[in-house]
Design a protein. Structure first.
Length: 113
């Protein structure tokens, strides 16, 4: 069974950075469109960024210029570099295989002011 596992979350002060990583078992992520989403307490899950198999990226307006989605094909991961973090970025971050509609379990990101 294909599984996605996120890592890299944590507690960081405003202005700091975290690098989130999404790893897959039994699946080569390079062939799929992958996405990062987030869900803050009491809010709906929202799209953060996507990357196609060809490397085309798309970002939510709220993270443009601060977050970067990328692939590490050697390690079979899709990463999300988050910079200049703000308290409003606090959420559980999920990766998703868009083609298979498969979600990971999420990783918590908490940004203190």
């Amino acid at each position: 069974q294909v599984q996605l596992v996120e890592s890299g979350g944590g507690l960081v002060r405003a202005g700091g950075s975290l690098r989130l990583s999404c790893a897959a078992s039994r699946s080569n992520l390079r062939f799929y469109t992958m996405g990062w989403y987030r869900q803050a307490p009491g809010k709906q899950r929202e799209l953060v960024a996507t990357i196609t198999s060809g490397g085309r990226t798309n970002y939510a307006d709220s993270v443009k210029g601060r977050f970067t989605i990328s692939r590490d094909n050697a390690n079979n991961t899709v990463d999300l570099q988050t910079n200049s973090l703000k308290p409003e970025d606090t959420a559980v971050y999920y990766c998703k295989n868009e083609d298979l509609r498969l979600w990971g379990q999420g990783t918590q990101v908490t940004v203190s002011s």
